[in-house]
Design a protein around this ligand. Structure first.
Ligand SMILES: [Zn+2]
Ligand SMILES: [Zn+2]
Length: 303
């Protein structure tokens, strides 16, 4: 039995907080490019990808103290629910030659084009889009899916897509899980700001766009909308995790497998799982007392 995991907690480098999904007033967001960048910088974010719909928004002037990764969100095709596939194209070297919103365009072509443009394709908000597992299994070569999307959660209670992730992983797919804001900063009563609600923590060799993108492509990050994962160690078939104080720590795996530890009272900050060898993957998910979560990428078990 062999455990496969690119472990960001045991690698040298710097942890950088960032968001890969946000909109400006160039598409359907409310903030200008400058206001959006400032809002993330003020919240301590170290990188940001602006992903306006069907266009590449990339300011000529490099902002201070925050890395900008060029990006775009493309909505095409038709799912079994009749919705479009929204694909995030992160770190593309130019605008993709695709007609935004075309129901007859193939989402697979958008994924392949993203790769050809040097980018990382991510399938956005599966639950919000109403995708079933077949919709997601019909596509290939994307590096991950959005497992949590702030604005989908705050607006429609459809932000959490970990069920889709587990379905894909249980079917043998190897995919990263991304949390992101999808910030629009729309205003209405009862809607909190959708900036700063979810992020990824990337362990990069150094704080440059190239190093951050390289780390993401190798899975050297975890996702969160609150708690911290402070350490992860794999030794002799046991996975040990250390966290900020949380209510539960769960080792999520194939159907009927895995294990969750819940604090009977108070909070816990560590847990351990002994791999049985029946799993094909194990991922760690934690939740604080407010229900905010963090998610590691999957650890794969090779027979
Ligand atoms: Zn979208
Ligand atoms: Zn979006």
């Amino acid at each position: 039995m062999k455990l496969e995991f690119n472990n960001p907690w045991t690698l040298e480098g710097v942890w950088l907080k960032g968001n890969l999904h946000a909109h400006t007033d160039r598409s359907d967001g409310m903030l200008t490019v400058k206001e959006l960048i400032d809002a993330y910088r003020e919240r301590g974010y170290r990188f940001l990808s602006i992903t306006d719909h069907g266009m590449l928004t990339y300011p000529h002037e490099k902002p201070r103290d925050i890395l900008l990764i060029p990006g775009e969100e493309i909505s095409v095709g038709t799912s079994s629910a009749g919705t479009r596939f929204h694909i995030l194209a992160i770190n593309i070297e130019g605008e993709l030659p695709v007609e935004e919103g075309d129901p007859d365009e193939s989402p697979q072509r958008v994924i392949d084009l993203t790769l050809r443009y040097g980018g990382l394709p991510i399938v956005a908000h599966p639950y919000w889009s109403g995708f079933n597992l077949q919709d997601l299994l019909s596509l290939e070569n994307y590096i991950g899916i959005e497992i949590y999307n702030t604005t989908c959660e705050l607006n429609r209670q459809r932000g959490l897509s970990t069920v889709h992730w587990d379905g894909l992983l249980s079917n043998g797919r190897r995919l990263y899980g991304f949390a992101g804001d999808d910030a629009h900063m729309e205003r209405r009563p009862g809607l909190p700001p959708d900036i700063g609600g979810a992020w990824i923590m990337v362990k990069a060799e150094k704080p440059t766009v190239e190093a951050v993108v390289d780390a993401i492509s190798r899975g050297l990050f975890y996702s969160s909308n609150g708690p911290e994962i402070r350490g992860l160690n794999i030794e002799d078939g046991a996975i040990h995790v250390e966290t900020s104080p949380v209510r539960w720590i769960s080792f999520v795996s194939n159907p009927t497998l895995g294990l969750r530890y819940t604090a009977v009272r108070g909070e816990i900050t560590e847990a351990e799982y002994r791999v049985t060898g029946d799993e094909t993957y194990i991922r760690i998910e934690i939740s604080d007392i407010y229900g905010r979560k963090a998610w590691t990428n999957p650890i794969y078990v090779e027979a």
